[in-house]
Design a protein around this ligand. Structure first.
Ligand SMILES: *Cc1c(COP(=O)(O)O)cnc(C)c1O
Length: 380
């Protein structure tokens, strides 16, 4: 099956043995009747497994060309499950301009448990080597990065992780499997905030992991069940419904993102535009190699360069909604310095380019003329 067919049918065979419904029922139950003691049915308790959740897990595993999918109550719960593979003394090498919530989880929770994180610029994969030692157990990559749209060469990083027998996890939230499939590039774990493009309608908070290897899947399944950060069946249903239109939404997100990136680049009140589709983007070639298109996320700085100038633009927008999050059908605008990245100290975030005048757009799938007119009136 090709991608668009998989988005709709992947892993969905025999989804409802009871009545053959086309969409899986929402199995709103915590437990399942057992016929006999010791005779374990496929589903026995909804933390351990639930048919609606399984339908979503199989769908995302299929789209990522993985073997096992695991759903979590949020993207951060999915990341948390990966970190629980580690032990005190272990080290993690990760991308420096990371999603703010991931940075907070790493530094404010897991550092206290004795895990060390090295935040580094991964634009040249070869540079990673010097940060690896015998305690390094995990490389954590986000690409495109949030909100600077840096692209990391997953295949090159996988070469390093494999030679040192270190796990490589890729946060694929921004790209989605429509644009890139990290397992095929050599990653061991793909992570998603399904809250974003997978769900796609800003109506559910959920996360997912996908892996290929059975022993790793078993460890993660053990953590999923033992720690219990699972989503409810209603949320799984919504995420699965979202996934079924992922390909058509992504196509439009990419088209609109491209038009907006070009519009901003030629605007007199815009200083710089960050979008991996530009020829002069520092990692344009890697983006073209590992992604099928450039996505719907665009960041830019104002010419004036001040906090006020950015805040004014964002507050004047009418079609774009001022909000946290991304990846929904509606266009959103955010101010990373005071919103998504507020938990990262100013010196730290400015080192990675998250300056006060930076605005991040999640370009939705509205009519492009309305989106451009909105930006035009806001950028006065
Ligand atoms: C939103 C997001 C997360 C966290 O996901 P939640 O569902 O909000 O917990 C992690 N990584 C990236 C890139 C995100 O955008």
């Amino acid at each position: 099956m090709k991608f668009n067919t998989k988005a709709i049918h992947g892993g969905q065979e025999n989804i409802d043995p009871a009545y053959n419904s086309v969409m899986p029922p929402i199995y709103q139950t915590s437990t399942f009747k057992q016929d006999k003691i010791g005779n374990h049915p496929e589903f026995e308790y909804s933390r351990s497994g639930n048919p609606t959740r399984a339908a979503f897990e199989k769908s995302i595993a299929s789209l990522e060309n993985g073997t096992y999918g695991l759903a979590f109550g949020s993207g951060l719960a999915a990341i948390d499950a990966v970190l629980k593979l580690l032990k005190p003394g272990d080290e993690v090498v990760c991308t420096s301009d990371l999603y703010g919530g991931s940075y907070r989880l790493f530094t404010k929770i897991y550092e206290d448990f004795g895990i060390k994180f090295r935040f580094i610029d991964m634009s040249e994969a070869a540079k990673i080597e010097q940060y690896i030692n015998e305690d390094t157990k995990l490389i954590w990559v986000e690409t495109p990065t949030n909100p600077m749209m840096n692209i990391i060469d997953v295949q090159a990083v996988a070469g390093i992780s494999k030679s040192h027998k270190i796990l490589l996890a890729v946060d694929n939230t921004f790209a989605t499997p429509y644009l890139q499939r990290p397992l095929g590039l050599g990653a061991d774990i793909v992570m998603h905030s399904a809250t974003k493009y997978l769900g796609g309608h800003s109506d559910v908070v959920m996360g997912a992991l996908v892996v290929k290897e059975e022993s790793l899947a078993k460890k993660l399944y053990f953590i999923q069940n033992a720690s219990g950060a699972v989503p409810g069946p209603q949320d799984c249903f919504l995420a699965l419904r979202g996934v079924k239109t992922l390909h058509v939404r992504m196509q439009r997100h990419c088209e609109n993102g491209k038009s907006i990136a070009h519009f901003l680049k030629s605007h007199a009140n815009v200083e710089r535009v960050y979008w991996p589709g530009f020829d002069d983007h520092p990692s344009h070639q890697i983006a073209t190699k590992q992604m099928t298109d450039y996505g719907g996320m665009v960041s830019f700085t104002t010419k004036k360069g001040t906090m006020d100038s950015a805040v004014n633009v964002v507050e004047r927008l009418k079609v774009f909604t001022l909000a946290e999050s991304l990846g929904g059908v509606e266009s959103l605008a955010g101010h990373p310095a005071t919103m998504t990245h507020a938990s990262i100290p100013k010196e730290e975030r400015e080192k990675t380019g998250v300056v006060d005048s930076l605005i991040r757009l999640s370009v939705g799938i509205e009519d492009i003329d309305d989106l451009i007119a909105d930006l035009e009136q806001a950028l006065i």
